[in-house]
Design a protein around this ligand. Sequence first.
Ligand code: PNS
Length: 170
Amino acid sequence: MVRAIYPGSFDPATFGHLDIIRRASALFDEVVVGVLNNSVKSPLFSVEERVNILENITADIPNVKITSFGGLSVNFARSCGAKVIIRGLRAITDFEYELQMAQTNRVLATDVDTMFLTTSLQYAYLSSTTVKEAAYFGADISKFVPEYVVRCVEKKYAGRVKQEGENSTF
Ligand code: PNS
């Protein structure tokens, strides 16, 4: 069995993430999506909520498993019995950071390789950050995320008062 992990923040998962998950699931026997439990960042969704969202939107893909992890991605890969880390590349702007991370991971664990899937063109502009910002200011995000995620994001922002000229960190 050839297993790959797909680690990320997924705060929240978008159509871009789902596209990578679907395509990776066609390439590997099993894909384990790892939601990073990161105590430094302050995500909109708790790690349990992000896992729940991913479970919901990937429910129709039998060889995909969702779990959370802490620490290094390479250690997570090893604990899953995976030798491949999947990452999506949207544009050249992603490349520098992704290359650095892949090379660091390769030095940390020579038995684990990173494979990049280029994001499908229709999602190349998408990011969780812009989705959250758009939703915060009341925009329709249904072109960016599955319906279930739309509802989760709307619930998070329900009742929040948006001020003209207000600044927020997403
Ligand atoms: O969705 P993101 O935020 O781009 O995902 C980044 C992620 C989670 C893949 C990356 O930050 C990560 O792997 N974090 C775990 C710590 C680690 O292994 N860092 C890379 C080597 S130092």
